[in-house]
Design a protein around this ligand. Structure first.
Ligand code: ADP
Length: 460
C-alpha cells in the first residue's frame, strides 16, 4: 500500500470524510426546508393580500366603474407594484376595461405563465407576479377583477436566505472540518505511536528478546490493545528464553557423556596396545555413556514431539493400569511396593501415557529413596481421579519443589550423590499430565519422603 493510499484509508480521513458528507447533507436539507417553508408562507400572505384587495375593489365598484382613489386609500397598497384590471361585460352592449394607475403600461409587456404554479406569472422586464382573477355578476353584467401583486421582494428574500444558508454552511463546514480532523488526529495519535513502537521492535531484529510497547492512557480501546499486545510479547519473550535455555541445557547435558566417550576412545588409541587391560573397562564406560546419550536424546525427542501433540483419550479403569505396572515392576524393584486401590476409578485418559507417568514416578522413588523403604501407590477418587506415588526417601526441599518439573532441573543432592538422571523425567510427566487434561503435584510425605499426585479427569 502506498503512503497516499494509507493516508486516504486512515481513520482520521474517513471520520473527516463521513463528517463532511453528513454535514453537507444536513445543511442542504435544512436549506431546502427553510426555503420551502418561508416561500410557502410568503405566497400565502400574497394570496391573502390579493383576496383583501379584491374585496375592497368590489366595495369600491359603483356607477359601473371602480373608484380608484377610494380603493387605493382603503387598501393601502403600493401602486408601483400592484396592478388591477376590471372588465365589465354587460349582457348587451360594449365590453369595458378599467385599469388602475400604470396597469396599462404594465400589461403592454409580454408575460408567461408557469404551468406548475398556476398563479405565478413572469412579466418581461418587470419580474414575478402573483395573479388572481375573480368574476361575479353585477346588475346586468359580468364583472371580472384581475390583480397582479409583485413577488419581487419575495424573490429577493429567497436570494438572501440562500446566500445566508450557503455562508453558514461553508462556515460550519470549515470550522467543523478543522475541529473534526484535530479530534480524529488526536484519537489516532496513540495508534500511530503504537505502530511506530512496533515497527521499531520489528526493525531491531532481535530474536531473543522483544521490548514491550508503551501503554497509552487513552482511548480505552488502544490502552486495552497495547496491554494485550504486551502480554503476548511477554509470553513470546518467555517462550524464546525457555527455548534458548532448553537448547543450551540440552547441549550441556549431551556434552558430558560425549566428553567421556571421546576420553575413553583416546585412552584406548594411545594405550590400548601397551595396556590391553584398560580396553574392556573403557569400552563398558563408552557403552554406558552412549546408552545415557540415547536415553537423553529419546527424552528430548519425546518432549519436542509433545509440544504439538494431542492424545486420544478413552474411558479407562485406572485400577487395571496401576495393578499391571505394580506387577511388572515388583520384581525389578527389589523392595516393597504397596498398592491401595480399594474402589474402581474410571478416567477419560490416554492409557499408555498413564503407564509412562506411573513408571517414571516409581522409577524416581526407587532412585531417590533408600532401598529398604517401601513405595506406596494410592488410587482414589474425589472430584478427580487421583494416583499417588509415595516414598520414604529424602524428600524435596520447598525451594526445589518449584523447579522439579522444569526441563533439566536436578536438585543439588541428586547431582552430588551421582544418582543417574537427566532432569527430563518429571518435565515429561508434567507435559503428559497436561495433555491428559490433568496435572501433577508434589508434597511432603509423613514422616518423611515425597508424595507425587497425578490428578486426572474422572468419569463417575
Ligand atoms: P532425574 O530423576 O532424571 O534427575 P526428574 O525430572 O525425574 O529427573 O527429577 C528432577 C529432580 O527432582 C531430580 O533430580 C530429584 O532431585 C528430584 N526428585 C524427583 N523425584 C524425587 C523423589 N521421589 N525423591 C526425591 N527427589 C526427587
Amino acid at each position: 500500500m502506498t503512503m497516499n493510499n494509507k493516508k486516504n484509508n486512515s481513520s482520521a480521513t474517513q471520520i473527516t470524510r463521513a463528517y463532511i458528507i453528513l454535514l453537507t447533507t444536513l445543511m442542504i436539507i435544512v436549506s431546502f426546508a427553510t426555503i420551502f417553508v418561508v416561500g410557502l408562507h410568503l405566497v400565502h400572505n400574497k394570496r391573502d393580500d390579493a383576496e383583501q384587495l379584491t374585496t375592497v375593489l368590489k366595495t369600491s365598484f359603483s356607477d359601473y366603474k371602480p373608484d380608484w382613489d377610494y380603493w387605493r386609500d382603503t387598501a393601502s397598497i403600493n401602486p408601483h407594484n400592484t396592478f388591477v384590471r376590471v372588465t365589465v361585460v354587460p349582457d348587451s352592449g360594449k365590453v369595458r376595461h378599467f385599469y388602475s394607475h400604470r396597469t396599462r403600461k404594465f400589461l403592454r409587456d409580454d408575460f408567461e405563465n408557469r404551468p406548475l404554479l398556476k398563479n405565478i406569472q413572469i412579466q418581461t422586464d418587470q419580474g414575478i407576479f402573483y395573479h388572481v382573477k375573480t368574476s361575479e355578476r353585477w346588475k346586468h353584467s359580468r364583472v371580472t377583477y384581475e390583480i397582479w401583486l409583485s413577488l419581487n421582494n419575495v424573490v429577493e428574500l429567497f436570494k438572501l436566505i440562500i446566500v445566508v444558508v450557503i455562508s453558514v454552511m461553508a462556515f460550519g463546514l470549515l470550522i467543523g472540518i478543522s475541529a473534526i480532523s484535530v479530534l480524529a488526529r488526536k484519537l489516532n495519535a496513540p495508534l500511530e505511536r503504537l505502530t511506530t513502537a512496533t515497527q521499531k521492535i520489528n526493525d531491531a531484529d532481535t530474536s531473543t528478546h522483544h521490548e514491550t510497547l508503551p501503554v497509552p492512557a487513552g482511548p480505552q480501546e488502544v490502552t486495552d490493545l497495547s496491554i494485550e499486545f504486551n502480554r503476548l510479547l511477554t509470553s513470546l519473550n518467555n517462550q524464546v528464553l525457555r527455548d534458548h535455555q532448553f537448547v543450551s541445557d540440552a547441549s550441556h547435558e549431551l556434552r558430558t557423556p560425549l566428553a567421556a566417550i571421546r576420553g575413553h576412545i583416546n585412552l584406548i588409541r594411545r594405550h590400548g596396545n601397551t595396556h590391553p587391560e584398560i580396553v574392556q573397562p573403557s569400552l563398558s564406560t563408552i557403552d554406558t555413556e552412549s546408552i545415557r546419550m540415547q536415553h537423553l536424546i529419546d527424552s528430548l525427542l519425546q518432549l519436542s514431539r509433545m509440544d504439538h501433540a494431542e492424545l486420544e483419550k478413552q474411558r479407562v479403569l485406572l485400577n487395571d493400569i496401576v495393578q499391571r505396572v505394580a506387577d511388572n515392576y515388583h520384581e525389578q524393584l527389589n523392595r516393597e511396593l504397596v498398592v491401595n486401590a480399594p474402589h474402581p476409578v474410571h478416567a477419560m485418559v490416554h492409557a499408555e501415557s498413564i503407564t509412562q507417568m506411573l513408571v517414571a514416578l516409581i522409577d524416581n522413588a526407587n532412585k531417590y529413596a533408600p532401598g529398604d523403604t517401601p513405595i506406596t501407590i494410592n488410587l482414589f477418587a474425589d472430584s478427580h481421579a487421583v494416583i499417588e506415588v509415595a516414598d520414604l526417601g529424602p524428600g524435596i526441599s520447598d525451594g526445589a519443589k518449584a523447579h522439579i518439573f522444569d526441563r533439566f532441573y536436578r536438585a543439588d543432592t541428586s547431582r552430588s550423590h551421582k544418582i543417574d538422571g537427566s532432569g527430563l523425567g518429571l518435565a515429561i510427566v508434567a507435559r503428559l499430565a497436561d495433555l491428559n487434561g490433568g496435572a501433577v503435584h508434589v508434597r511432603d510425605n509423613q514422616p518423611q519422603g515425597s508424595v507425587f499426585s497425578l490428578i486426572l479427569p474422572i468419569i463417575k
